[in-house]
Design a protein around this ligand. Sequence first.
Ligand code: PLP
Length: 355
Amino acid sequence: MKKYNFNAGPSMLPREVIENTAKQILDFNGSGLSLAEISHRAKDFQPVVDEAEALIKELLDMPKDYSVIFLGGGASLEFCMVPYNFLEKKAAYLNTGTWAKKALKEAKLFGEVVEVASSADANYTYIPKGWTCPADVDYLHITTNNTIYGTEIRKDLDVPVPMIADMSSDIFSRPVDVSKYNCIYAGAQKNLSMAGVTVVIIKNDALGKVSRQIPTMLDYRTHVDKGSMFNTPPVVPIYCALENLRWIKKNGGLEATDKRARERADILYTEIDRNKLFHGTVATEDRSVMNICFVMNEEYADLEKPFLDYAISNGMVGIKGHRSVGGFRASCYNAQTVEGVQALVKCMKDFEAQH
Ligand SMILES: *Cc1c(COP(=O)(O)O)cnc(C)c1O
């Protein structure tokens, strides 16, 4: 039976990206050696990093004075590296979910943190509105897509200070005005690659503004200066990212990933709103097009487990909701297909008809 992968992360990648990466793991560029057993300093590998970097710059139409680096440690390490490198006195954080809260917690180790707004009061079911960002902070940190709760800030905000964004779960799913950000980071395992690499985009002149000493490995400057080659970078995940970036470009770039994401989300939310068994869990205007969360209507609560079993038996993978929300979550990252979403919708319709 065909499987439809809705995993929240690590998550679905285009089949050709997996296949091309697998080929290089068996035989890298016809060298007779595996991609997994060559030096990151081999002359064949440098072009991989160079091309991945160039494609990121091209796809995001990045201004010239920015750098792209590839790090290990996941987005979670950036929660610490961001304030280490950019927080001199005070920073603002928008608290929109579990990951935002974790980022905020780390920042408090480095200086004063202003929580500009929070939706914790309603289990993060909406994006706070009507707040203002103080003008005297070093940066405003936001989480553009809240992977667990299924809300999203799908635009570049207007605030009086530079932004820093965790875009782990929606990077490369829409065009972004990079000039509004001092730093953008993303663990790769949702929208870009296999787990193991984190992409960090940095405005060059935003570095070097803090007075504290920064340990070498945690200093962005180290990695910018050495082109991600200060130590051994995650070679295979970077290669896989390159294949995916090529795939994104070939399929129309970020205008196209944006259009496809909206199209998929529209199909699924339309069914959630129509189907008598289900309802969405977040404010309609803040619905994520990446992580689509829904639960059983109260009168059908006892059908939750049966629906999950039914969906699984029809090839759906990874649609159980996160424990903080319950119900179901269908993650629809860049590789997700309209066909996959339609298959899930068919399950929902067929199950409704049986009850
Ligand atoms: C998954 C996720 C993280 C954590 O990423 P790791 O790479 O596991 O550290 C952080 N932020 C967001 C928005 C995420 O979706």
